[in-house]
Design a protein around this ligand. Structure first.
Ligand code: FMN
Length: 176
């Protein structure tokens, strides 16, 4: 007999299992945006969690070519979902190569949305850590001020990242 999947959702501190966050980030995490009735998910591999302005802050880097940037600049909020104890590499690869400009990735990958508690943007309903983030500050990387080797390695095509510094207003652990 198949056991019913019981979902347990717990509120946790922003730094709960932070080393698991970093380990999984290396393989990818999901950044979800919502604006003007539309949702989109993209894969991220670069992010930081820390303290700035006495607040817990998540910093993510989004290139200007990403559809995510359009939604993020409209809503000024996002969620980050970090899968733990489940294999989402197929979904991460898809959301990391296909653009929401052309596809509804959420339907295509049968990703389930889960309402957030403190912001309008949902997270993804999967086992793992889920961060609700509200943008405090954003700035585009200035190539003229960047280390030359980093510049040559990452920005030869001029597709610069915008760095979004966002307050982590809620963190939840989803277990199934
Ligand atoms: C493992 C992995 C990590 C990635 N990390 C980032 C990232 O941190 N920032 C970024 O702008 N793009 C990153 N990408 C690329 C975007 O996920 C990809 O271009 C995506 O298709 C953009 O989707 P969108 O146009 O719907 O926003 C990553 C891709 C992969 C596979």
């Amino acid at each position: 007999m198949k056991k019913a999947n019981k979902t347990i959702i717990k509120n946790v501190a922003y730094d709960y299992k932070i080393s698991d966050f970093l380990t999984q980030l290396n393989k990818g995490a999901f950044l979800t945006t919502q604006y003007a009735g539309e949702n989109n998910v993209m894969t991220i591999g670069w992010a930081q969690i820390g303290i700035i302005w006495r607040k817990p802050v998540m910093m993510v880097l989004v290139r200007k070519s990403r559809y995510t940037k359009t939604l993020l600049d409209g809503s000024k909020e996002f969620t980050v979902s970090v899968p733990l104890n489940c294999d989402k590499q197929k979904e991460l690869a898809y959301c990391g190569t296909v653009s929401g400009k052309n596809e509804d990735k959420i339907s295509a990958q049968k990703l389930e949305l889960l309402d957030s508690e403190k912001i309008n943007t949902p997270c993804l309903n999967m086992p793992g850590l889920h961060y609700e983030c509200m943008v405090l500050y954003q700035t585009e990387i200035k190539l003229s001020e960047l280390d030359e080797i980093v510049n040559d390695t990452w920005y030869q095509d001029g597709d610069t990242h915008t760095m979004y510094f966002a307050e982590i207003v809620n963190t939840r652990l989803v277990e199934k």
